[in-house]
Design a protein around this ligand. Structure first.
Ligand code: GDP
Length: 310
């Protein structure tokens, strides 16, 4: 159900606490990165599991909380990945802009924030490391506001919600004077302020391929958001390239994110972010669509990084 899905990205300058925050979110939802690594190793020693291809370490991840599935997609933080950032941001309905309460906004914050604002995204601002001695959260909020203004944020974007956090100590709050011992206020903010994906589960299946990877056991894998309809493992569908050429194929694996891991799914539906194996030719920007009614999704024109080099 799309109403119960939230697709977000976390934007942060290196060291501002993205990994720590994601770990704390997973932990509050009962998933530990340490345990996950152990499971990985156990599974890696098992050839059958290997063959099934379910031990791929995900770039993206998901957190289940209060009945919601929060997909957190990975964003490259550098200008070198210009085109990729836009493709990734097309999958999400909001971003958490994570800023160190001591350091304030930094160059990498600025680059991805600009892309997000240009795409009309309304970010949630998370002021992290408020436990740090010398932290100056109020001043940093003002600096973030100035940055939004500089980047031509519109009025809605400027009215950003703020959460204060210590990812390290595992708590978040709406106001600096609040008492809090967990990340619940952050989860609530994500549930309330991030719109559910705008998709139609009853239309014919369509997924936009956002990234391509290769796995030695299952071959080429395509990841992206399902914009419409439903899809099943083993189903025959159609890949439509950017010239409109259609290639039929069978989904050999349908994978979804569970915590830090990609797991096989029997079925997935609109709004979710999934990975599909079985198409050895498929590329970024192409559509995977229902065989009964194959319609391409609009390709998002992107300024490729090679063109902007000078
Ligand atoms: P990333 O590069 O954004 O993924 O940053 P990390 O999550 O790796 O964090 C960078 C450093 O900041 C690590 O040493 C963390 O322990 C520390 N850190 C992260 N969050 C907090 C926090 O809320 N408070 C304090 N004091 N340190 C933090």
């Amino acid at each position: 159900m799309p109403e119960m899905i939230r697709n977000i990205a976390i934007i942060a300058h290196v060291d501002h606490g993205k990994t720590t925050l994601v770990d704390a979110m997973l932990k509050q939802s009962g998933i530990f990165r340490e345990n996950q690594v152990i499971t990985e190793r156990v599974m890696d020693s098992n050839d059958i599991e290997k063959e099934r291809g379910i031990t791929i370490l995900a770039k993206n991840l998901s957190v289940h909380h209060n009945g919601y599935k929060i997909n957190i997609v990975d964003t490259p933080g550098h200008a070198d990945f210009g085109g990729e950032v836009e493709r990734v941001l097309k999958m999400v309905d909001s971003v958490l802009l994570l800023v160190d309460a001591f350091d304030g906004p930094m160059p990498q914050t600025r680059f991805v924030l600009k892309k997000s604002l240009d795409l009309g995204i309304k970010p949630i601002v998370v002021i992290n490391k408020i436990d740090r001695p010398g932290a100056r959260p109020d001043e940093v909020v003002n600096l973030v506001f100035d940055l939004f203004c500089e980047l031509n944020a519109n009025e809605e974007q400027l009215d950003f919600p703020i959460v204060y956090s210590s990812a390290k100590l595992g708590f978040a709050k709406r106001e600096l004077s609040d008492e809090s011992s967990n990340l619940e206020p952050l989860f609530e903010m994500i549930q309330k302020r991030v719109a559910p994906p705008v998709v139609n589960p009853d239309a014919p299946f369509q997924m936009l391929v956002t990234s391509i990877d290769y796995n030695e056991y299952i071959g080429r894998i395509a990841t992206g958001k399902i914009f419409n309809g439903r899809v099943k493992a083993g189903e025959t569908i159609v890949a439509i390239d950017r010239q409109g050429k259609q290639t039929r194929g069978r989904i050999s694996k349908l994978l979804g994110y569970e915590g830090l891991k990609q797991m096989e799914m029997a079925e997935a539906s609109a709004g979710d972010i999934v990975t599909i194996a079985g198409f050895e030719e498929v590329g970024i920007g192409e559509t995977l669509a229902s065989a009964a009614d194959p319609q391409p999704l609009p390709y998002v024109a992107i300024d490729e990084p090679t063109l902007s080099m000078n």
